[in-house]
Design a protein around this ligand. Sequence first.
Ligand code: CAA
Length: 258
Amino acid sequence: MAEYTSILVEREEKVGIITLNRPKELNALNFQLVNELADALEEFDRDEAIGCIILTGSGEKAFAAGADIKEMADKSPIDMLLGGFESWGRIRKIHTPVIAAVNGYALGGGCELAMHCDIILASENARFGQPEILIGVIPGAGGTQRLARTLGKYRTMEIVLTGSPINAKELESLGLVNHVVPQSELMNEARKLANKIAGQAPIAVRMAKEAVLSAFETSLEEGLDIERKNFFLLFATEDMREGMRAFIEKRQAHFQGK
Ligand code: CAA
């Protein structure tokens, strides 16, 4: 593992855990942190032994309170363009499933980062929101698009135009948060879910993630084609033979990622 200064990186068997680690700044996402995060996610993504990644924030207060306003305040458009914003694109392209364990504020870029993940667990005290409008800008890392695709136009407009925070329970009822759990249980629940996913056939997991994500980026026709091709492709894997044989023989399947 490379050396990082703004994140903590651990592995627990098949699960990689990344903790955003600027607690005094409520894990505000400066360029260095976002670059390190993209590097660490890619490092786990290349590691065939890792089947799922958990992303969380250090401290009890925040997952991430957004892009670092102090760093951005004097920047020009060119600084923003060259400063590392493309790391968000790298985060989007991770093949391994990523679970966000949102342990407090997920505001601005923090909310957008949670939405880059594939499953969102949140503690009861978590607060989400896109408050960029309050500082004279708009979401810049996918907030308008991912919220609108999940919540629809009207709730998204209210969130983006007022900057008001939303609690985790409301987002659970709206389908953006998978489960809300007590703060003390958050990482346990994330680990349970991550281990369950990491225990499945790895190539099938990758194909499944790709197929679901294609629903947000293609027409229904193209998405159905991607799903069907991925489904057929899995008939070339040993894990497919093993999975079906194990079912017929009434035993646990042992997947090897081949
Ligand atoms: N950037 C830089 N520093 C931040 C920060 C941010 N986004 N959020 C919090 N901090 C810092 C504070 O400045 C403070 O530092 P000091 O002690 O040195 O003053 C420290 O973290 C603790 O924060 P508060 O004292 O404000 O804590 P609080 O409990 O009173 O309030 C909060 C918590 C409501 C989250 C508040 O900090 C807040 O509103 N933060 C800003 C949220 C925000 O506007 N996020 C959007 C950023 S823009 C963006 O993300 C663009 C994009 O789409 C990529």
